[in-house]
Design a binder for this molecule. Structure first.
Ligand code: SF4
Ligand code: SF4
Length: 358
């Protein structure tokens, strides 16, 4: 591997190769097996006989400089300065020396949790929320904090049937992996954007605003001789795209915005195709700062899954085996008209058989 020397410009991020642990670099692509040793710890063994140990800890994603400094000091002390963040914002220390595992865990547990490997819940991947994004229907990091406070025991142990991946996206543009996670919390707007006709002609470019709507709901119009837009509310799906390009069309609504919960998604593996999440709970009002109704609903789904799924069955595989009617029975979630998929291209997702499994 000499990719680094072949790079001809300095555009883009530095090549990852220079950040690899020496043991990973020496054994790149030549791994024999890996195995979990205990919650939060696993080992990769190479064909050469080399081993590299990983210790995984939780991070709250939006992290302070103090937290980063604590992590880097521990990496310098125990893992030769090597650590990485996974796509779900778990922090992984890469250790060449097995004897450093327990002292590292002891120091990590003074300010965070160690776990998230094997049959557990790992960190929740999430989006920007009220902290940063203009179109959020709910908060992201706040929701993740309160949900993980409730589910921490499933992060630090491996007592679930299989791994359980959670995601939060604060609007249906879903920058988080809500379509492919076992349980997903998705912020939803429920009202169309409000148009500020006074400022819109000064703030927004009309053709771009019209083109921004995926459902053709935004149309050009004029009021008292001034160009502006109107919204066909029957076509609006409350996505907030128009607000992204036109700040005179705010969509956030303190009374009507809230949270929906989706279940059963996962990415593909060697045996199965990817599965997309499906709607479980259509709407729970925002109730910050601790969203007790959302944490209760997520915990209920986790506990029913933990009790009823077979070993090594993912959430979606379990639901497919028992059938959706049984899922609603077991979880006690009410089945409503909002669970019916009436999108005009939904034909391919309809159940086409009369068989029901209970
Ligand atoms: Fe913004 Fe929506 Fe992405 Fe959240 S999911 S960060 S609101 S675009
Ligand atoms: Fe169109 Fe979405 Fe704006 Fe509704 S919220 S008008 S669907 S871009």
């Amino acid at each position: 591997m000499s990719v680094t020397t072949e790079r001809r410009t300095d555009i883009g991020p530095p090549h990852y190769e220079q950040f690899l642990h020496p043991i990973i670099k020496a054994n790149y692509g030549k791994w024999k097996y890996h195995e979990g040793l205990k919650p939060g710890v696993f080992v990769h063994v190479a064909e050469s006989g080399d081993s590299i140990y990983t210790v995984r800890a939780a991070s709250p994603r939006l992290i302070s400089t103090d937290f980063v400094r604590k992590l880097t000091a521990l990496a310098d002390k125990y893992s030769d300065g090597y650590l990485r963040f996974t796509s779900r914002n778990n922090v992984e220390f890469l250790l060449g020396n097995k004897d450093n595992i327990d002292p590292l865990i002891k120091e990590l547990e003074e300010f965070t949790l160690v776990g998230g490997t094997g049959r557990s819940i790992s960190n929740i991947v999430h989006t920007q929320g009220w902290v940063h994004c203009h179109s959020s229907a709910t908060d992201a990091s706040g929701l993740v904090k309160v949900v993980m406070d409730e589910l921490a025991e499933y992060f630090t142990s491996m007592k679930l049937p299989h791994k359980l991946r959670l995601a939060v996206a604060c609007c249906l543009n879903m920058c988080g992996a809500v379509h492919a996670s076992d349980i997903a919390i998705l912020g939803v707007h429920r009202t169309p954007p409000r148009i500020d006709h006074k400022n819109l002609p000064n703030l927004c470019e009309i053709p771009t605003t019209v083109a921004s709507c995926p459902n053709n709901a935004v149309r050009p119009t004029s009021i008292e001789g001034r160009s502006t837009v109107k919204v066909d509310e029957d076509k609006c799906m409350y996505c907030g795209n128009c607000f992204t390009v036109c700040p005179a069309m705010p969509i956030a609504d303190a009374l009507n915005d809230g949270v929906s919960i989706w279940v059963g998604g996962k990415i593909s593996n060697a045996r199965t195709e990817p599965m997309f999440t499906k709607l479980a709970v259509p709407y729970i009002p925002n109730n910050p700062p601790r969203w007790p109704e959302v944490t209760d609903a997520v915990k209920n789904i986790v506990e029913v899954y933990a009790k009823n799924a077979k070993p090594y069955e993912r959430m979606g595989e379990w639901i497919n085996r028992i059938g959706w009617p049984k899922f609603f029975d077991l979880t006690g979630i009410e089945f409503t008209k909002y669970h019916l998929d009436d999108f005009r291209h939904a034909g391919t997702t309809y159940r086409r058989s009369l068989q029901n499994r209970y």
